[in-house]
Design a protein around this ligand. Structure first.
Ligand code: NAI
Ligand code: MG
Length: 831
């Protein structure tokens, strides 16, 4: 036998990692764990426990407490009590604690890795070389942010108590992603690990004690979905951070709507792995291994859809099969295996069910010839070819070692296929052509794009989704916003909504727009649309003109797709000044008008691709044209709001300045180049949300409109604005300014009418990517609740009134941040 033959036939022997240290740690705890609350172990109030299992042999490892509402309440109270002192400790002292935690994770890294592999089933090579080092890296990185908080985030403060709910696929890493930024920014936390994998969180609780972390800063409550639900529902939690299924994310979005809780969601994915014909196919094969067989494919950003250019598809499939044949599935503690065990029988059943469905729907299944060990929960690497783009296995998250391969011909087709999903978590692009790679990176809708690499993570880079993959970022500077809030919010007056609950109804004046300028009673006195009728001209004629007021000779229409259009209803509503005098009429927009406006906005998405310089020019032009008509606008403000002339002039002047401000920002809202390790840099690119609904504040009818719409369009969004309900005429007067300022049709659409009714239509609309709402709490709640349909981004005031003249409350980077989402593009760089 020659050496070459030996290499060919040689079997790997097992290289087992000893489980002994983990077993000893478990024994030391009597294989039973209580909750970690207020710095000590506390028995569950209801006395309930459940078992966690080892997926490699299906045997129970230990019993952990099942958290009840009472346990969650105790933990939240401990976190609340610890909050003021932790916040006031200052960044440097918190940095020292985070640094100590990082050191302790490193010191116990082998124990953490073994325990993680036993509880979760992931290969020890992964827990040892990827999960745990990244955990330490996260705490080091965020020790730095704690140190820098005061200088880098002036005017911001911690949110308070954060409730954090994490999944089982990266138990300790997800803990680190949640706890490190929260603590760095001065929050205290209650964390609920997943029921399948609670153990490393409990070991982490112990190192919190070892680090001398003040009691109550970190609390760990174990349990299942009921415990998570109790945490999300607790009234004294200020923020919820969740990672898990889109289904549960949607429940939490609905449940927390209107409570004022800050929310970040990191949900599922169906990430494309795009291979162009000039890619290095050997690298691609290893890339696929990392994309879908890393962690048994139980990865939210797994490259679960291979999209390959037709010319190289056959060659790639052949190489993939050869590689799959050599993958080794087995004992997670064996350093020579590639794929470990599936976390739980339900997850295994889910994978088996979806694979059966793939076959039933006509795809071709391929699995290696060898079979998996029988005593644990194992599943072999699986490749589907001949997959139809609409097939279940091409659309639904499988969360297992199963990949669906589809082909494309042109780059355009690749983009269309890549974006043919409701998700948008990640994508990877394989080509030797840098022009092509960066062109596609910009077009794929995903929060993370890896070029010629995949599944790279680092604390310095934000991670998070577009679309139904959730919102908010974890990691990097962009992740810190989830754990801080502007200081002024704490003392802002809150509008509960009673005074605004009346919705406008069509007034006695016709929608045909002739005469008014008359005094009538309040809106409540006017007649409903059915009674008013479209042609009640005679009624209008009977109104006496109010003394000293100019007659108003037109009814403001809607502004959709760059044109003034009549409302679908054919009705208008009376606009009264604060003394109840009729000062004009505005169109009564409805659901249909919003739909038309959304359609028009979608046709205007070319705006996002115009240069930032061009967008700046348009905003300057708007300012110039508003300036030319400043007196007219000031008079109108005085007329409709009863403001004194000085205040009205000030509102116009400030609006002009705001347009200048966002013209200035248009080409300066830069991204960043994150200093991620490895052989690359990460480009953090702020991208527009897309089509946005903006429900403007009722007060400051011109300034509120300009201050919200201008930042959104400066960033490249197309907008459907619902202006002040009580004083819409400033926005409708603005049509002419828009028309004369080169704003492309459809970029700004204006629908007047019942604010809350229109807001609800926007929030529920599947083709709207984001909604801002500045108004009473009740409306905020509705917007957040209805946004759960397509998980659109929302930014609502929770009733807090802003001083729109104030340069911090009424303008600035907070607006730009909410008008954009960060895409992180990992690009090979240097060596
Ligand atoms: P899940 O979303 O139910 O579990 C994630 C966490 O949420 C766990 O800690 C769980 O206890 C908790 N939870 C469950 N119901 C809750 C509720 N109503 N309120 C608050 N917290 C709740 O995910 P599950 O059932 O473990 O897995 C099902 C599927 O979800 C997987 O097959 C996979 O497709 C997807 N998934 C995605 C993850 C990701 O990272 N994107 C992670 C885990 C699962
Ligand atoms: Mg387990």
């Amino acid at each position: 036998m020659k050496v070459a033959d030996i290499f060919e036939t040689m079997e790997y022997g097992p290289a087992p990692e000893s489980a002994a240290p983990a077993e000893q740690w478990l024994d030391r705890h009597g294989r039973e764990f209580e909750h970690f609350i207020g710095g000590e172990w506390q028995a569950p109030v209801e006395g309930e426990y459940f078992e966690t299992y080892n997926p490699a042999d299906g045997k129970p490892i230990a019993r952990v407490a099942q958290g009840s509402e009472g346990d969650v309440d105790r933990a939240v109270r401990a976190a609340r009590a610890a909050f003021p002192a932790w916040r006031d400790l200052g960044g440097h002292a918190r940095a020292r604690y985070l640094y100590a935690l990082a050191r302790l994770v490193q010191r116990h890294s082998r124990l953490f890795a073994v325990l993680e592999s036993i509880d979760n089933g992931k290969p020890i090579r992964e827990s040892r070389d990827i999960d745990i080092p990244l955990v330490a890296r996260h705490f080091y990185h965020h020790a730095g942010w704690a140190q820098l908080m005061e200088s880098e985030f002036p005017g911001y403060e911690p949110v308070g108590v954060a409730g954090q709910i994490i999944p089982w696929n990266f138990p300790l890493l997800m803990l680190a992603w949640k706890i490190a930024p929260a603590l760095a920014m001065g929050n205290t936390v209650v964390l609920k690990p997943a029921e399948f994998t609670p153990l490393t969180a409990l070991l982490f609780a112990e190192i919190c004690q070892e680090a001398g972390l003040p009691q109550g800063v970190v609390n760990i409550v174990t349990g299942d979905g009921r415990t998570g639900a109790a945490l999300a529902a607790h009234p004294d939690v200020d923020k919820i951070a969740f990672t898990g299924s889109t289904e549960v994310g949607r429940i939490i979005r609905t449940q927390t709507a209107g409570t004022g809780k800050k929310l970040s969601l990191e949900l599922g994915g169906k990430s494309p792995f795009i291979v162009f014909e000039d890619a290095d196919l050997d690298s691609v094969v290893e890339g696929v291994v990392d994309a879908i067989w890393f962690n048994q494919g139980q990865v939210c950003c797994a490259g679960s859809r291979i999209l390959v250019q037709e010319g190289v598809a056959e060659g790639l499939i052949e190489r993939l099969k050869a590689r799959m044949e050599k993958l080794r599935v087995g004992d997670p503690l064996d350093k020579a295996i590639d794929i470990g065990a599936i976390v739980a029988p339900v997850q295994l059943e889910r994978i088996e069910r979806m694979v059966r469905q793939g076959v039933e729907e006509g795809a071709t299944l391929w699995q290696p010839s060898w079979s998996c060990p029988k005593d644990g929960w194992f599943y072999p690497p699986t490749l589907f070819t001949d997959v139809a783009p609409a097939a279940t296995i091409a659309q639904e998250e499988i969360f297992g070692p199963v990949v669906a391969l589809m082909t494309f011909r042109t780059p355009e087709e690749a983009v269309a296929l890549a974006n043919n999903t409701r998700y948008g978590l990640a994508a990877s692009i394989w080509t030797e052509n840098i022009n092509l790679a960066l062109d596609i990176a910009a077009k794929v809708k995903a929060g993370t794009v890896w070029i010629n690499c995949t599944n790279q993570f680092d604390a310095a880079s934000g991670f998070g989704g577009y679309r139904e993959s959730g919102f908010g970022r974890e990691g990097g500077r962009e992740g810190l916003w989830e754990y801080i809030r502007p200081k002024w919010e704490a003392t802002a007056p809150v509008d509960e909504g009673s005074e605004h609950e009346a919705r406008p109804v069509a007034g006695p004046v016709s929608g045909e727009g002739r005469v008014a300028g008359a005094g009538v009673g309040g809106a409540a006195d006017s007649v409903g649309p059915a009674a008013a009728g479209a042609g009640a001209d005679s009624v209008a004629g009977t109104r006496p003109a109010a003394a000293g007021l100019p007659a108003i000779d037109r009814t403001a229409k809607l502004f959709i797709g760059g044109k003034q259009v009549r409302p679908d209803s054919g009705y208008s509503y009376p606009v009264l000044n604060p003394s109840g005098v009729l000062v004009g009429e505005a169109a009564l927009g409805n659901r249909k008008d919003i739909r038309n406006a959304v359609e028009a906005a979608h046709k205007a998405t070319g705006w996002a691709r115009t240069t930032a310089h061009n967008r700046a020019q348009v905003l300057y032009y708007l300012a110039e044209n508003l300036s030319a008509r400043a007196d007219e606008f000031a008079e109108r403000i005085a007329l409709v709001t009863g403001a004194d002339p000085g205040a009205a002039e000030r509102e116009v002047a400030c609006s002009i300045e705001r347009l200048f401000l966002y013209a200035a920002w248009a080409d300066k809202w830069d991204g960043a180049v994150h200093r991620t390790p490895f052989r690359n840099v990460t480009l953090a690119m702020p991208e527009p949300l897309g089509v946005m609904g903006i429900v403007c504040p009722d007060e400051r009818p011109l300034l509120g409109f300009v201050s919200t719409v201008a930042p959104a369009i400066a960033m490249g969004n197309a907008v459907i604005a619902v202006p002040s309900q009580s004083a819409p005429l400033l926005a409708t007067d603005f049509y002419q300014v828009l028309e004369t300022s080169d704003v492309p049709g459809g970029v700004v659409n204006i629908v007047t009418g019942g604010r809350d009714e229109l807001a609800e239509v926007l929030a529920a609309h599947d083709d709207v990517d984001g909604v801002w709402y500045f108004g009473p709490r009740k409306g905020c709640a509705a917007v957040e609740r209805l946004s759960a349909g397509n998980m659109k981004r929302t930014w609502v005031s929770h009733g807090r009134r802003r001083d729109w003249f104030d340069p911090v409350q009424g303008a600035g980077e907070e607006f730009l941040r909410h008008a954009t989402q960060v895409k992180n593009i990992w690009v090979p760089y240097g060596e």
